[in-house]
Design a protein around this ligand. Structure first.
Ligand SMILES: Cc1ncc(COP(=O)(O)O)c(C=O)c1O
Length: 359
């Protein structure tokens, strides 16, 4: 792929800020390319971060034919930059595109676009503890017209921005609301891919329970409202007796998280057993009450590992563990972030290092 690098005008160059919260600040440049059936992917460009001009009848605005991804670049102790599992992420991007009947990207081009954008924006990769550069690849339907059909034309773009911890509370436990009535995704639907509609469908419950102090919603299966699926932007795991990790098996309506997969692969090397199970919320509740479940945590790119210390469902509420982040969550967080930031060797081959000039 030939990427045109557009120069930035002086007024388009801003210095990376030192303080940022999640997803509010974006770097100076973005990548974009367009797809038409006649030309395939074309006009690949890295240029200034700027708004699109959209026709009000553009397909994405009406029928939500849209997918996105989230991955991070981390500042290494030697000043260079690590991308974490960017290849796996590119493959998931295409799985989402396929499910949403969209044009797929060439995963090598997608990877190259990310690496080139991060290399150009390397000054935006923060060095602060726990901070990173979040990368948001996106694909949207660009046909103009109101008939419901798979678009012919698409826009693929990638934006980035520095982020601190996903939760304002940092690596501190969050409270999770168990949604007994509303569901997020149904088997055979689109829950297993990363399309905006899944998130839109989750907002109603999330907004209603935020006022009660819940930071995330735990979704149950859509048929029996009984089996644990995942939380809003994370997969979920329970720790039994401090040594066994149990996470819901991929059911067809759960996103196959890259952090989840990393935990599954790392856990045995850290001396934990791990299984992918059908987890009955009633049983899990009993196991928490009986002290058999000693920890619960979410897994996702944004928060990495997010300990959970309280579950509630509007009728009942239950505390998990001591209220503090538990030892298994801490160890997984430490081990995984050490690999991501290049503080420790990467025995799994998950990181791709981008060499950048010394600051
Ligand atoms: C619905 C959902 N589940 C799980 C995850 C975790 O996936 P990953 O670890 O690849 O970020 C995410 C975030 O991407 C998500 O949006």
């Amino acid at each position: 792929m030939k990427i045109t690098i557009e120069p930035l005008a002086a007024e388009q160059i801003k210095a990376a800020p030192r303080e940022f919260s999640f997803g509010k600040t974006f770097s100076n440049r973005m990548f974009s390319q367009r797809y038409t059936p006649a030309l395939g992917w074309h006009d690949a460009v890295i240029g200034p971060y700027r708004p699109f001009s959209m026709d009000p009848a553009a397909a994405v605005l009406h029928y939500a034919q849209e997918i996105f991804e989230g991955l991070k670049a981390y500042r290494r102790p030697d000043g260079h930059i690590n991308l974490f599992r960017a290849w796996d992420n590119a493959l998931r991007f295409n799985r989402s595109a396929e499910r949403m009947a969209m044009a797929q990207v060439d995963p090598e081009d997608h990877f190259e676009a990310i690496a080139e954008l991060v290399r150009l924006e390397h000054e935006w990769v923060p060095a602060e503890d726990g901070a990173s550069l979040y990368i948001r690849p996106t694909l949207i339907a660009a046909d103009v017209g109101l008939g419901v059909h798979a678009s012919h034309d698409y826009i693929h773009y990638i934006i980035t921005g520095p982020v601190g911890p996903y939760f304002a509370t940092g690596f501190n436990p969050v409270a999770v609301y168990v949604s007994r009535e509303h569901v997020r995704a149904v088997r055979g639907g689109t829950g297993a891919v990363k399309t905006g509609g899944n998130y839109a469908a989750s907002l109603y419950v999330a907004e209603r329970v935020a006022a009660q102090g819940y930071q995330q919603v735990l979704w149950l299966d859509a048929i029996e409202h009984r089996y644990v699926e995942e939380v809003g932007a994370m997969n979920i795991a329970f720790v039994y007796e401090g040594s066994h990790i149990s996470t819901p098996a991929l059911s067809g309506s759960i996103l196959a998280g890259i952090t989840r997969d990393s935990v599954i692969r790392m856990a045995p090397d850290l001396g934990y057993t791990i299984s992918e199970d059908r987890i009955d919320i009633g049983q899990a509740w009993d196991d928490i009450r009986a002290g058999r479940i000693t920890e619960m945590f979410g897994m996702g790119t944004a928060a990495v590992i997010a300990p959970v210390n309280r579950l509630g469902d509007g009728r009942d509420t239950i505390a998990i563990g001591s209220g503090e982040a538990g030892p298994v969550a801490r160890r997984l967080y430490q081990t995984l972030t050490d690999i991501q930031y290049g503080r420790a060797a990467d025995p799994y081959g998950w990181t791709h290092t981008i060499k950048v000039p010394k600051a």
